[in-house]
Design a protein around this ligand. Sequence first.
Ligand SMILES: Nc1ncnc2c1ncn2[C@@H]1O[C@H](COP(=O)(O)OP(=O)(O)O)[C@@H](O)[C@H]1O
Ligand SMILES: [Mg+2]
Length: 372
Amino acid sequence: MKSDRRAKMIFSVGGGKGGVGKSIFSIASSLILAKGGSSVILIDLDLGAANLHTYLGILGKTPTIADFILKKVSSLENLLVETSQRNLMFISGAEFIPGMANPAYWIKLKIMKHIKQLPADFIVIDLGAGVHFNVLDFFGISDKGIIMTVPEPGAVMNAYSFLKGALFRKLQGVFRNHPDIGPMIDSEAKKTDEGEGFSLEWFSEKVKISAPDMFPIIEEIEKTFCPSLILNRLSEGQEHILVRNLVNLCIEKLGIAVEYVGNIPDVREITYYLLNIPKFYFTREGQQFFTAVQKIMDRLVKPTEIKSQESRTKVDFTDEEVKEIIDIIQTLDDSFFSGTNRDLWKLRMYFKPLQVINFLIDRGIKHKSFYI
Ligand SMILES: Nc1ncnc2c1ncn2[C@@H]1O[C@H](COP(=O)(O)OP(=O)(O)O)[C@@H](O)[C@H]1O
Ligand SMILES: [Mg+2]
């Protein structure tokens, strides 16, 4: 496998509460993608309580993320193990070492960087429970964040807290070094009252006043932050009132759109296959379960989806798009251009647009007009 290729699409599966089916769905979705002919890497990042190896029926000792953290291996690629499913490789999170569940920030960054470089069509990341920064940060690197919940008020409220946390963390990351906005987000993040205060709308109003040049970036986040919601353990076709409430709550209180992408039936028989979920696929009851997962994946992997930043970056731009991108450059913080020249980049947009786009993408700026 070539290691210099970027992953086409990274999914991460989170949701706040433990036991809602994140790990089972991570495996089921990976199986569906691999059976469809794509190469898939499934990563267990529930670093405190990894259990995907058990669900996959992998019994022998395999390398784990711990080997990467302890520098026994230099690349995540060294940890890949085969599974019983063709095209599906696995990175185990098992084996406990002190500090494993809460890795230092630089280790986290290193793991995230390596994940992005893994060679596969799809990467699926199974996250742990809770709304700690380490879980939210891993959630934040995905192209598509998936929130799992079950139809119980506690789980739904946890999903809401997770979404709120993920939004905060995203804003914190983007505006970390901004002298006015950075501290503003930090002080909001400390407030614990769930019902009051923060919404993206409220936040953009504040930004409009204190740092108007940053406003387009907020608009960007508003457009692109759209996690997908899955309701597990429900009869098919039956949408639950709690989900509607959750989606509405996200719009009203946080100002973010959450897309409900479907539900998965409660299938009792799955409990007989917890030591080998891939085997469950071939059973009658498994068909019902996997059909629901297939439907969800069809919805998540739309043909129009941005597949790979490199291969789908535009080469030609209309005059309007050129102007739009120049406007973005104009609004970026000075520190963004450290060592280079803002005006030069604006100028280059007229004759070397691809170079400008790659410069912006490399520094974390994404915009729909960059891609085909
Ligand atoms: N659709 C389902 N139908 C029936 N049981 C399920 C379903 N999804 C998950 N479970 C049960 O819930 C348990 C917890 O699932 P798991 O994926 O490990 O949760 P999480 O990763 O969110 O902690 C599983 O052991 C399984 O028995
Ligand atoms: Mg789990």
